[in-house]
Design a protein around this ligand. Structure first.
Ligand SMILES: O=C1O[C@H](COP(=O)(O)O)[C@@H](O)[C@H](O)[C@H]1O
Length: 254
């Protein structure tokens, strides 16, 4: 069963998330190659990470230096980078300038391509960044979850949930706008060394009960995230966790 940590609000959840990221970065720095590969989702996570990661880094050991990081995005909406819905654009505006220079190496979806070409190109970038790995093994993926149970751009009932061959897939029919997107596939999510799923707010409470306690068939997309490493942790605020009856780890603060 996944570990579920519950914080009073995102004021306490945010620093805990940032601390987990910096600790994972420092740990990876001692591993082979010294690189920390981090996959980031978009949506509400951008603001949370932009607020919490820079101060956490200033208190972190030198080994957590973002210059050692490879950052990629777990999904992307196919809009121009300056569009408010662009995940990469949001991170470039809100988080990346606040990291100590020179900052991480960032892989992003090439703007201006159609969905299939964008997915192919992004898949090639990832393969180049993870040489010798059939499926890229990220040190850490930070995922969000929507009120419908989607994670990345993997939506309930969508055929992409069956994708086993591609590491990045395209969709033109996302039920949540914008419709055209690319997303990491489940084989990549489940190959990661460690996965965090972050959810805050009362709008997520009903779906979290379904994901974490329901035995739904077919499972919702976020319930299909089961990394083979076994290192899966959910970080929730109390509002999001309000309907859960499984045991959770309660945190009062940082
Ligand atoms: O559309 C998306 O939604 C999910 C969840 O977003 P949130 O704002 O409810 O946290 C996000 O993780 C994903 O990256 C994004 O493209």
């Amino acid at each position: 069963m996944a570990a579920v940590s519950v914080f009073p609000s995102s004021r306490e959840l945010g620093p805990a998330l940032a601390r987990i990221v910096t600790e994972a970065a420092a740990e990876a720095a001692h591993g082979e190659g010294g690189r920390f590969s981090l996959g980031l989702s978009g949506g509400s996570l951008v603001e949370l990470l932009a607020r919490e990661l820079p101060p956490a880094l200033s208190a972190a050991p030198a080994a957590a230096d973002p210059a050692r990081w490879l950052v990629a995005f777990c999904d992307e909406r196919l809009v121009p980078p300056e569009h408010p819905e662009s995940t990469c654009g949001a991170y470039r505006a809100q988080l990346l300038p606040r990291l100590p220079p020179p900052g991480p190496r960032v892989l992003s979806v090439t703007p201006g391509l159609g969905p299939a070409a964008a997915a192919r190109d992004y898949g090639e970038q990832l393969r180049g960044a993870f040489p010798g790995q059939e499926v890229p093994v990220f040190d850490l993926l930070v995922l969000g979850v929507g009120p419908d149970g989607h994670t990345c751009s993997l939506f309930p009932g969508h055929p992409l949930l069956q994708e086993q061959d591609e590491i990045v897939a395209a969709l033109k029919d996302s039920p949540k706008p914008p419709a055209a997107r690319v997303t990491l596939t489940l084989p990549v999510l489940n190959a990661a060394r460690s996965v965090l799923v972050v959810a805050a707010g009362a709008s997520k409470a009903p779906v979290l009960k379904r994901i974490l306690e329901g035995k739904e068939e077919p499972p919702l997309p976020a319930a299909l995230v089961r990394p083979r490493s076994g290192r899966l942790r959910w970080l929730l605020d109390e509002a999001a966790a309000a309907e859960l009856s499984i045991p959770t780890e309660k945190h009062s603060g940082v």
